[in-house]
Design a protein around this ligand. Structure first.
Ligand SMILES: [Zn+2]
Length: 154
């Protein structure tokens, strides 16, 4: 009887924790991909040798846009480098583009970079009211010139 009660408690706990997370939250990654815009997109377009018509941002300034041309260029690059072909600037793709050594998940945490200005990378995607934060490995963020946020990065 006591064991049964414990089992029920554990099950309830698992269910509660499970519900607290949005479905698929653990697997979802916010890598730069189709539909995104911002200065960092332009850096990678330069590395890919692709040009795409820019879009206007909230402030009425133009900024680089990740559209069909960029997605096609990313896919071609991934195919050429034997990477997973998903058209996204995922961790392995960024490593290859930036000419960094092999990506090791455990040694390089993903951080959030601001897409519309800002010099810091963050642990918290909502730090400092960032709009459209995107993920990339910490090493890549540093390679792009971002510095750790003193407020949230640990
Ligand atoms: Zn921060």
């Amino acid at each position: 009887m006591k064991l049964k009660k414990l089992a029920a408690l554990v099950l309830a706990l698992i269910l509660t924790l499970g519900c607290a997370l949005p479905a698929g939250a653990a697997a979802r990654r916010y890598y730069m991909s189709y539909g995104d815009s911002g200065e960092p997109i332009g850096w990678f377009q330069d590395l890919l040798g692709v040009y795409e018509v820019a879009v206007y941002n909230y402030y009425g300034d133009t900024e680089p846009y990740f559209g069909t041309e960029t997605r096609a260029a990313v896919r071609t690059f991934q195919r050429d480098y034997g990477l997973t072909v998903n058209g996204k600037l995922d961790a392995n793709t960024l490593y290859a583009l930036l000419d960094l050594p092999y990506y090791r998940t455990s040694e390089d945490p993903l951080v959030w970079i601001p897409m519309h200005g800002g010099t810091r990378y963050h642990s918290d995607p909502y730090c400092s009211n960032i709009v459209d934060a995107r993920e990339m490995p910490c090493t890549c963020a540093e390679d792009c010139g971002f510095l750790p946020c003193a407020r949230c990065f640990y």
